[in-house]
Ligand binder design. Structure first.
Ligand code: 13P
Length: 288
């Protein structure tokens, strides 16, 4: 199946009260692991690259080619959107040109008027190319690949103004943060989420910082309008811990255990398992 825009996928998720998992990739095998998980779960999926990960992988064109070609060679039949995560304005335009089917323009660090103006411009260019757009209001806390947000509760009036620009889905701070949640985290602000959902006309909402949010809070957020959930750190953690186990058990020293195809396999299998598990949590199993 060809890459698809995320607009329809997330509209259906919002109507059907489930969320699509958006998993960050870092390389070829990571991308395979996500695709394997989504295909096994028969679920729509978003594969996203941060600007930093795309640079690490050799550029946006490489990311696009890898995802597109793997869909063919792996015989993937579930809907897949390739999304830019936390993109600057120029990067969003570049990804539209290359063939990404979805982009996030993150202007949350800009003065609000400028964030709105640039969002409108990205929407016009993206929609002309059939590409879906995510924008952000109220920064998400923590650090995501060098992008640091102080974490705040979004202002529903600003969310409405952003939603009215014609974006396809909206990321808004509701007490969520990137990376691990601290011991003293007080949880998601459902009051804020409800207030945002009330003024955004059924627009799909995005929950960043999906790693480490307890299942009951995830489900409640979905019931209030969250239709895309971003997961990055947890994939990295399960990859690292499976790789650590392989080495600590001395498996790299047995026979050809040092072959990267063997050494890295447990880590990528762990990513696939986590992807399947989170898709189940988000209610999107069998929604392809
Ligand atoms: P986590 O790393 O906390 O899962 O957040 C991912 C994310 O929101 C990417 O934008």
């Amino acid at each position: 199946m060809a890459l698809v825009s995320a607009a329809e996928m997330l509209k259906k998720a919002r109507e059907g009260q489930y969320a699509v998992g958006a998993f960050n990739t870092n390389n070829l095998e990571w991308t395979q692991a996500i695709l394997r998980g989504a295909q096994a779960a028969n679920a729509p999926v978003m594969i996203q690259t941060s600007m930093g990960a795309a640079k690490y992988m050799g550029g946006y064109q490489v990311c696009y080619d890898i995802v597109k070609d793997l869909i063919d060679s792996m015989g993937i039949t579930v809907p897949v959107a390739l999304h830019l995560d936390h993109g600057e304005y120029e990067d969003a335009l570049k990804c539209i040109e290359i063939g990404y089917t979805s982009v996030m323009f993150d202007g949350s660090h800009l003065p609000f008027d400028e964030n709105l103006e640039k969002a409108k411009d990205v929407v016009a260019k993206a929609h002309a190319a059939g590409v879906s757009v995510e924008c952000e209001v109220g920064s998400i806390g923590g650090e995501e690949d060098g992008i640091i947000g102080s974490g705040e509760l979004a202002d529903p009036a600003e969310c409405k103004a952003m939603s009215d620009t014609g974006i396809d889905f909206l990321a808004a701070g509701i007490g969520n943060i990137h990376g691990s949640y601290p011991e003293n985290w007080t949880g998601l602000s459902f009051e804020t989420l409800e207030a945002i959902a009330d003024v955004t006309d059924g627009k799909p909402l995005v929950l960043h910082g999906g790693s480490g949010i307890p299942l009951d809070q995830v489900q409640k957020a979905i019931s209030l309008g969250v239709s895309k959930i971003n997961v990055n750190t947890e994939c990295q953690e399960v990859f690292a811990s499976a790789t650590r186990k392989y080495i600590e058990e001395g498996k790299d020293l047995e026979g050809k255990g040092f072959d990267p195809r063997k050494l890295l396999a447990p880590g990528f299998d762990a990513v696939t398992e986590l992807v399947k598990e989170r898709i189940e949590w988000f209610g999107s199993t069998n929604k392809a």
